[in-house]
Design a protein around this ligand. Structure first.
Ligand code: BEZ
Ligand code: FE
Length: 275
């Protein structure tokens, strides 16, 4: 019944795009219009609801700035970012799974020597040594891979969200050694809420959802001849592993920190796919 509601309108909109110079744009817009029209047919969307949707999207754009990307939060919280990632990164079982990039990467940092700390001021968190190998999909070490890491402070905020933290705090760039090894000192990451003081936070509350992400450290690993890997490691036992607000958890990314002489140790090897 719904499928018969004004079908010629959908056909007309799709036909109107037939001369688009870019065939990929035409393909994507055709599917988008078809699905969007079907949402309206299936839900019998009211005029008030459509006005509310436009108001929501306007507010989402309105809060965006050079330090706040509400559309990334929207994409992440609706599972769109993880789906785009899945479509584009099916590396198979031999490589480390990827996950969301998130909005808090702030560019390449100065390279630090192996084993250096990524703290720029002391923190009360549990001192943690993170180490492992960068390998290819057959287990051969990759020398000279660029390993970029970032995480929040124990207060649950990234340096770019918190003026009290020094720039570059809890961020670092490292190079893998000839045997593929990398290591750095940090503090054990904590779970934290994504920014929820804007339209996306309002949407989460309206949907009965929480804004929290389980404790994690972000990694971006690049090496010539390999696909760049954007991923995290997540800490086992975290309360939010099963309900990450952005759906980014994959079982192979969960690590079990162990007690170490001066705190905790996390061991994790990354495997990169060939380019
Ligand atoms: C993050 O882990 O930094 C993040 C990811 C998605 C949305 C917000 C934050
Ligand atoms: Fe994060």
């Amino acid at each position: 019944m719904n499928a018969t509601l004004f079908p010629e309108l959908t056909t007309s909109v799709i036909d109107a795009m037939k001369d688009a110079a870019n065939p990929r744009l035409r393909e994507i817009m055709t599917v988008l219009v078809r699905h969007l029209h079907d949402v309206i047919r299936e839900t019998r969307l009211t005029e008030g609801e459509w006005a509310a949707a436009i108001e929501f999207l306007t507010a989402t754009g309105g809060i965006c700035s050079s330090t706040r990307q509400e559309f990334i939060l929207l994409s992440d919280t609706l599972g769109v970012s993880m789906l785009v990632d899945a479509v584009n990164h099916d590396g198979g079982e031999a490589v480390t799974p990827s996950t969301v990039f998130g909005p808090f990467y702030s560019g390449e940092q100065d390279e630090l020597p192996a084993g250096a700390s990524i703290l720029k001021r002391p923190e009360a968190g549990e001192p943690t040594l993170v180490s492992g190998l960068i390998l290819d999909d057959s287990g051969t070490p990759i020398e000279g891979a660029l390993i970029e890491v970032w995480q929040t402070a124990p207060c649950g905020l990234y340096d770019v969200q918190d003026h009290e933290q020094p720039d570059g705090h809890l961020r670092g760039s490292f190079r893998s050694a000839a045997d593929g090894s990398y290591s750095f000192e940090t503090v054990l990451p904590v779970s934290y809420p994504i920014p929820d003081d804007g339209p996306v936070g309002k949407m989460l509350r309206a949907l009965g959802r929480h804004p929290n992400r389980p404790a994690h450290i972000h990694f971006m690993i690049s090496a010539p001849g390999y696909r760049r890997l954007v991923t995290h490691i997540f800490v086992a036992g975290d309360d939010y592993l099963a309900s990450d607000a952005v759906f980014g958890v994959k079982p192979d990314l969960i690590v079990h920190p162990t007690a170490h002489e001066d705190g905790m140790a996390i061991a994790y090897d990354f495997r990169l796919a060939g380019a």
